[in-house]
Design a binder for this molecule. Structure first.
Ligand code: PLP
Length: 236
């Protein structure tokens, strides 16, 4: 068995264990294999080993990798997880099934316009900067609901939930309060907007948890976990 396949099996076993520990259905947790900096040949191995969702952080890199003839677009779903500039929205809607990192109305508006041009309803998540880190993207917690309500008016976007990236800790338990906060925010928004929920808003997805802390994120309710290093090894 190749190394990627082995690592993938280990990760999947850990996902199952973490799910069972918190009485969750393992099927309710989807793995995004984060392939930034990973070459196309290795991505192909990952797909062959059962990876169905790939996560990329840079538009330029994703464009060349996804369009490589050797990667038939039907073989996997691509998610964008990095910081997205509005002027790259046209590429983003053509390349990605889900964009995890919408954090402003300006960006949402640009994505809506570009999605309209290709008759697509673009699925997005709202990235929230739970820890208020100045170095990280994401909308402030208290602004999230307003942004979601505004996106409710954009007919070529749909919101599927929230995403966050907590500060890095050696001890994954320290990330738990941030994951719990994202889940509480989701529950709160869901409760507040049930009355006037636009048809293009649903809050089912929580994208949180990476190689070092995904088990804690699963305990807190993650539905999408984004794992790079634990599958592909250290990035240069
Ligand atoms: C790189 C990246 C990941 C993956 O991190 P690992 O620690 O390698 O698992 C997850 N989410 C985002 C937003 C990233 O940029």
């Amino acid at each position: 068995m190749n190394e990627i396949k082995l690592k993938l099996q280990q990760i999947k076993a850990r996902i199952r264990q973490a799910a069972q520990k918190s009485n969750r259905d393992p099927e309710s947790i989807r793995l995004v294999a984060v392939s930034k900096t990973v070459p196309v040949e290795t991505i192909q191995k990952a797909i062959a080993a059962g990876v169905t969702i790939l996560g990329e952080s840079y538009i330029q890199e994703a464009r060349s990798k996804i369009s490589a003839a050797s990667l038939p677009s039907a073989s996997a779903s691509w998610h964008f997880i990095g910081h997205l500039q509005s002027n790259k929205a046209g590429y983003a809607v053509r390349l990605f099934d889900l964009i995890h990192s919408v954090d402003s109305f300006k960006l949402a508006h640009a994505l809506n316009r570009e999605a309209g041009k290709i008759n697509k309803i673009q699925a997005v998540l709202i990235q929230v900067n739970i820890a208020k880190e100045t170095t990280k993207s994401g909308i402030a917690t208290q602004e999230a609901q307003k942004l979601i309500a505004e996106i409710g008016t954009l007919s070529n976007l749909k919101v599927n939930g929230l995403m966050t990236m907590p500060p890095y800790f050696n001890n994954p338990e320290k990330a738990r309060p941030y994951f719990d906060d994202l889940r509480s925010l989701r529950d709160q928004i869901q409760k507040n907007i049930t009355a006037g929920l636009a048809p293009n808003i649903s809050m089912g997805e929580l994208s949180m948890g990476m190689s070092g802390d995904f088990e804690v994120a699963i305990a807190a309710g993650a539905t999408l976990i984004r794992i790079g290093t634990a599958i592909f090894g250290e990035r240069n």
